[in-house]
Ligand binder design. Structure first.
Ligand SMILES: NC(=O)c1ccc[n+]([C@@H]2O[C@H](COP(=O)([O-])OP(=O)(O)OC[C@H]3O[C@@H](n4cnc5c(N)ncnc54)[C@H](O)[C@@H]3O)[C@@H](O)[C@H]2O)c1
Length: 444
């Protein structure tokens, strides 16, 4: 099984290499699919036995990955999910896609990366490529992961090859998939870059080598901080323009006609998902170690964090003005609990914050989400786990004093929603003015 660098390169170039993906979540499962669809024999590793069991039964647990795809790959024996990490020996490449969340006080939690290193290092062998894809701060691969992997007695650059290549997936975006997004590659030495590039070149449109692991790590943070800061700016503009009676969405729509120097970002009820609210703090943490401050990140975080309060204040005022109803006597239906449109992922969703603010203010709150029948167990809002979506019907919707649109899923009949609701607060600009005939929609 041991391979020289040249043999490993040939195995990647001829699609005969065996690929192992560790962490079969929102990133790892689509990635493994991309590899087996390109003809690679794949092994998928996860510590979650329930996920492994489902995959072995040909079932997908991620909305946009069809069970059929998994089932065919299992039957065709090109994909083997397993919780047995001794099988790391069998693969030529190990790609790590485990969570990198925050722990208390916005500190990076690298425990998943560390424990993955500990799990795989006893089974590493000469001639393997190990790639970290999890989002993290510059220095993680070299200073945290590499020493753990080298506990195996194998030396990076000589016996094993270590690279970092950030995942840039945008779940639910029909225009881009793993295959169509270029991959940034940094390595511990030029051989690692060459090997990782040759592997990813078989499955993605383009690879972009950079000069170090740290540069590759910093590219991903730069992309996500760019989004976080721009979303904060447009959220602030929304509050300012709203105060002047101007519609921010109409302004953005006209501004984006400029063919250069402007890129549209859209306001919302807050920031959600596993990446944008979290990743900037990885840089803040690292910057502190270099005696630096991250002022933009802090300001963007403050503005985005305050958006749910802004929305609730608009809702409260509308209830009082229109129905003389205080929030503690009101019943509110949230539309969309997922953090963004057309996905079932609720991690860090701003809808949870709205849910919490409304319930703590005494309101009766329920939700409707066609992608989330039952709220899963979440790290940060465990009090909502097990709550069920209401069933879509005129009768169910018209009982509420107000509906609050948190997520703009495409498969919702917004025209019907407006006609069933007493009052609609739209944080996503999904209701057009022509659908606001009875003047019961306000934007927030
Ligand atoms: N979800 C996205 O849209 C997205 C986009 C780009 C980058 N990322 C980054 O990708 C990484 C993974 O995110 P995700 O959304 O796929 O997370 P996820 O929680 O959906 O999946 C992670 C998986 O890793 C498994 N796992 C945890 N510890 C493990 C271990 N020691 N060994 C093996 N498996 C283990 C979990 O059981 C889970 O199945 C994160 O760093 C994230 O920031 C995510």
């Amino acid at each position: 099984m041991t391979k020289t660098f040249e043999e490993l390169l040939t195995a990647f170039e001829s699609n005969t290499a065996k690929i192992g993906v560790v962490g079969l979540g929102y990133v790892g499962l689509p990635l493994v699919t991309t590899f087996f669809e390109a003809g690679f024999y794949t092994l998928g590793f996860d510590i979650d036995e329930m996920k492994v069991g489902k995959l072995l039964n040909g079932e997908s647990y991620i909305g946009h990955i069809h069970s059929d795809t998994i089932d065919k790959a299992i039957i065709g024996e090109i994909f083997q999910p397993t919780a047995d990490f001794s099988r790391i020996r069998e693969v030529d490449a190990v790609i790590i896609c485990v969570p990198t969340p925050l722990k208390d006080k916005d500190q990076p939690d690298l425990s998943y990366v560390e424990s993955t290193g500990d799990l795989i290092s006893p089974y590493l062998r000469k001639g393997q490529l190990i790639v970290l894809e999890s989002t993290t701060y510059p220095g993680t691969t070299n200073e945290i992961l590499k020493p753990i992997l080298e506990k195996s007695g194998l030396e990076s650059g000589k016996d094993i090859f270590i690279a970092y290549s950030p995942e840039r997936e945008d779940p639910g975006n029909p225009d881009f998939s793993t295959k169509s997004i270029p991959k940034i590659i940094g390595g511990d030495g030029s051989i690692a870059v060459k090997l990782a590039s040759s592997m990813y070149n078989r499955v993605v449109i383009e690879t972009i080598p950079v000069s170090s692991l740290e540069i590759a790590e910093a590219v991903k943070l730069t992309e996500n901080i760019f989004r976080s800061v721009n979303i904060a700016m447009v959220n602030e503009l929304k509050t300012i323009f709203n105060g002047m009676g101007l519609d921010v969405w109409e302004i953005i729509s006209a501004a984006k006609s400029k063919p250069f120097g402007y890129m549209p970002f859209y306001p919302g009820p807050g920031l959600g998902g596993h990446c944008i609210p979290i990743d900037p703090f990885y840089l803040t943490y690292r910057a502190k170690q270099f005696g630096q401050e991250t002022k933009f990140i802090k300001l963007a975080g403050d503005i985005n964090t305050n958006m749910p309060n802004y929305v609730i204040n608009i809702l409260k005022k509308a209830l009082l003005d229109r129905f003389q109803l205080e929030i503690d006597c009101a019943s509110i239906l949230l539309i969309g609990i997922a953090y963004k449109k057309n996905v079932d992922d609720t991690r860090e969703s701003p809808a949870y914050k709205l849910f919490e603010l409304l319930e703590s203010g005494g309101a009766t709150v329920e939700y409707f989400d066609p992608f989330v029948d039952i709220i899963p167990i979440t790290r940060e809002y465990s009090q909502f786990s097990g709550r069920k979506s209401i069933i879509w019907s005129k009768q169910n919707i018209c009982e509420f004093d107000a509906t609050l649109i948190c997520t703009d899923h495409d498969n919702i009949d917004y025209e019907a929603l407006v006609s069933y609701s007493k009052l609609v607060v739209d944080t996503r600009n999904v209701i057009s003015s022509t659908n606001n005939k009875s003047n019961n929609v306000i934007k927030a």
